[in-house]
Design a protein around this ligand. Structure first.
Ligand code: G6P
Length: 647
């Protein structure tokens, strides 16, 4: 860049820079729900492609949607509500949208400003010749907005995102000889916070520009065409070749090619990866909801997680991603498992198993807690981060912190190429395929299968004898078939759901490995039915929660036959004599339990370490049916997002 331009930029924007850099006090801590981004440049008619892409992103949760098309001039449609409403708004514009081959689209979940037409993305500058969509949070938006207003800019929305489009416009106008790419680049150096952006302009109509800092962006590479999305779901029907943009990178795409560089303009080698899932995997396949489809996929998913990793011939486990690190893991002072939500519950199961089989002390921490204290972690520790998406902001930050302090960091992720998967020292993929339902189901069972295999691999030559391993592996490979048998009880579980759907509280109790399952069962119900539900270790009930029990309270016991079975029966008696309504998950053939419980859901017999894989399934189905009977949108529960990528 010529010196004169640099000087000009500094003189125009020195105040911005100073303010932006010192705006630490305005560090807004917001629980941000994930919006969706799509974009395209190439030779296809873009409007239907963008709308279809936005539909594929609906599962992430949103409250408004919009698109911008570039056909000589920019045309923008955006409004509160769902993508099909946007599609309707579109139907009168056939003449304008035909033959347009460059555009961007967005689904927004309100953070700054209400869900409304004006707050929906894309945002445009006053001249209406730049359009931008943004995921993430611009933390110093208030000061930037103030500065821009002083320069004569008017804002039409209450969003933090709108500052970006005016900032680009301002820099592009103010700095002599600057081009579109440089204007975007300069703007990004002034913002603090997180972003995934996609921007286009009629002043340079042959370009689509994207950039990422803390909010995922994937570029699909076709022949003379490029697809942009915030995750791979909208891309898979067009191309399997993708580039995952890293934090601090931007890319400029023309029909004829693309260039990836850092925000500071250092050219980067773009690595093109192959997507490893099929279109059918992100469609509902005849089920009413993605969540139900994903619950029913679990037998197949369990097999996929084990595929190639369990050798029945010699009864051994081979985990490609960690084979070279087994000794390092076995000799760790301790392991620390970091995760959030459902993945945290899987982590708790991992702790029980690894401690049991490998005798390595394991601490399980909420990533959000770990990252904000001064945890004792460092060389000699192995930190395992568990994340379906591989993008959860708290998990990512906790992982980076542990790594910085010298711990070895291992990942257990589902999304291939996700940020956590890339930044860990080594790890395993769960291979559960894309999980679309916001409430996690198949990803959880896949994580548990992986943790069982890991604990066996670590336990070998420690506490576990070869015959013991052989016996457990023989059983493990039969679990998918047993899971399929539980799924056949779907109608039975629906009947139970009908009976209890109006309860306003639920209690889930279990001991040992059934305790994390109780937590997970309660979380599933909360997430999608909006009924208050609590999971508790069954024996702890007497230290307080027993006071809640009355004839209105359904209490779900996970009472499969294992070492604490008799004790759980005593806990059931305690609830019964206080008139609580007991529903039990029990092992087939258990006659005693039917005497104690109002309802029993039976699961096939399996060894205790494998129980969570089966006991969780009836709880997933129960939550699904209760939520559905209460008329809720099961796949897109209120206030939740699939992937929480900003704090
Ligand atoms: C969100 C989702 C949960 C998920 C959690 C952790 O809260 O709604 O279903 O368990 O994030 O997500 P991760 O992708 O890190 O497993």
């Amino acid at each position: 860049m010529p010196v004169s331009i640099e000087c000009s930029r500094v003189s125009t924007l020195s105040r911005f820079e100073v303010i932006a850099r010192h705006d630490i006090s305005i560090h807004i801590q917001i629980f941000m729900l994930m919006c969706g981004i799509v974009g395209y440049i190439g030779n296809r008619e873009v409007a239907p492609l963008l709308l279809q892409g936005l539909k594929r992103l609906e599962y992430r949760g949103y409250d408004s949607a919009g698109i911008a098309l570039l056909n000589g001039s920019l045309s923008v449609w955006k409004q509160k509500g769902c993508v099909s409403l946007l599609e309707e708004a579109f139907s009168g514009s056939a003449a304008i949208i035909k033959d347009v081959t460059i555009g961007i689209g967005h689904t927004r979940w309100a953070t700054h400003g209400d869900p409304s037409d004006r707050n929906a993305h894309p945002h445009v500058n006053a001249e209406g010749d730049i359009a931008l969509i943004h995921n993430g949070i611009i933390e110093n938006h208030a000061v930037l907005r103030l500065e821009l207003e002083k320069q004569g800019y008017s804002f039409v929305s209450e969003t933090d995102s709108e500052v970006l489009v005016h900032l680009i416009d301002h820099l592009w106008t103010q700095i002599p000889l600057i081009d579109f790419e440089s204007a975007v680049r300069e703007a990004l150096t002034l913002v603090e916070g997180t972003y995934g952006i996609c921007v286009l302009s009629q002043r340079e109509p042959d370009k689509l520009i994207v950039a990422r800092q803390g909010s995922p962006l994937v570029i699909g590479v076709g022949v003379d065409e490029y697809f942009i999305a915030s995750d791979a779901a909208p891309l898979v029907e067009y191309t399997r070749r993708v580039i995952y943009l890293h934090d601090g990178e931007m890319a400029v795409m023309r029909q004829s090619g693309f260039r990836v560089s850092t925000i500071d303009n250092i050219e980067q080698d773009a690595v093109v990866s192959e997507l490893d899932f099929k279109l059918e995997e992100i469609e509902k396949g005849g089920f009413d909801h993605f969540m139900l489809k994903e619950i029913f996929e679990q037998p197949v998913v369990m097999r996929d997680v084990m595929r190639g990793r369990i050798r029945l011939a010699d009864k051994t486990v081979h985990l490609g991603g960690i084979n070279d690190h087994l000794e390092e893991l076995r000799s760790a002072h301790r392991m620390v498992i970091l995760a959030c939500g459902t993945s945290w519950h899987a982590g708790l199961i991992g702790k029980y198993l690894i401690e049991e089989f490998a005798r390595i002390p394991v601490q399980v921490d909420y990533a959000s807690e770990f990252r904000y204290r001064n945890p004792v972690v460092g060389p000699g520790d192995v930190v395992m981060v568990i994340s379906q998406s591989g993008e959860t902001a708290d998990t990512l930050a906790a992982m980076r912190m542990a790594k910085k302090r010298g711990a070895k960091v291992m990942g257990l992720c589902n999304v291939v190429g996700s940020t956590i998967a890339r930044e860990t020292d080594f790890g395993l993929y769960t291979h559960a395929g894309p999980e679309i339902g916001v409430a996690s189901t198949k990803a959880f069972t896949a994580q548990v299968v992986a943790l069982i295999m890991l604990s066996i691999a670590l336990g070998k030559n420690r506490t576990m004898s070869d015959p013991e391993i052989a016996g457990l592996l023989d059983e493990l490979v039969q679990v998918p078939e047993k899971a399929a048998r539980i799924l056949q009880r779907n109608e039975e579980i629906l009947r139970i759901a009908e009976r209890y759907k109006d309860a306003s509280n639920f209690f889930y109790l279990g001991r040992g490995l059934s305790f994390p399952v109780a937590l997970e069962g309660a979380l599933k119900l909360k997430e999608i039915s909006y009924i208050h539900a609590e999971g508790y270790p069954a024996a702890e009930m007497k230290h307080g929660p027993i006071a809640l029990i009355d004839k209105e309270l359904p209490v779900i016991f996970i009472a499969a036959q294992e070492s604490s079975y008799k004790k759980v029966l005593s806990n059931i008696e305690e609830v019964r004599c206080r008139k609580g309504r007991v529903i039990a998950i029990a092992t087939e053939g258990d006659r005693e339990i039917s005497r104690l419980a109002e309802q029993v859901i039976y699961i096939p017999h399996v060894s205790p370490p494998l129980l969570p894989l089966l006991t969780v399934i009836p709880l997933q189905l129960l939550a699904y049916h209760i939520a559905n009977l209460r008329g809720h949108n099961v796949d897109r529960p209120r206030n939740l997002a699939k992937s929480v990528t900003v704090e």
